[in-house]
Design a protein around this ligand. Structure first.
Ligand code: ZN
Length: 138
């Protein structure tokens, strides 16, 4: 029987008004650290722009829609994590696929990490993309 997939939102998105959402989002960001604190700084932005110019990162690795999102396949804490800048740990994902992947595989919003086979398939595809980029020279 077909059914609509459940949608998951962090608590701050479920909050009723715009003002209370802003307060809740700030609290959520304070808990996990700002983007810059998590390593998404000027160096990352420069790297990200370069990566998005690579043909292997032009379209979503899942649904093939054009995208500007980059996902860490295996979750990283911050830029000190060895997987943060590792090509074999990065994949292009569109916003929708990124949100679904975060929920299913990254323990997003407090959920347990998911499908090991799907994650391994992502790693294999990422290694193939990394090899293609490295073959052109970095
Ligand atoms: Zn997609």
């Amino acid at each position: 029987m077909p059914h609509k997939p459940k949608t998951f939102k962090p608590r701050w998105m479920q909050t009723a008004t715009r003002q209370s959402r802003t307060v809740a989002r700030k609290r959520y960001d304070a808990e996990r650290g700002s983007a810059a604190e998590r390593g998404y700084d000027a160096r990352w932005q420069k790297f990200r722009k370069w990566l998005l110019r690579q043909p292997e990162f032009a379209v979503c690795g899942d649904c093939t829609l054009p995208t500007k999102h980059i996902d860490h396949i295996d979750a990283v804490e911050d830029a000190n994590d060895s997987g943060f800048y590792a090509l074999h740990n990065l994949q292009p994902l569109c916003a929708g696929c990124h949100a679904r992947k975060t929920i299913r595989h990254d323990g997003g919003y407090g959920r347990k990490s998911g499908d090991a086979a799907a994650l391994e398939a992502m790693r294999v595809a990422a290694r193939r993309r990394a090899e293609a980029i490295e073959a052109r020279g970095l």
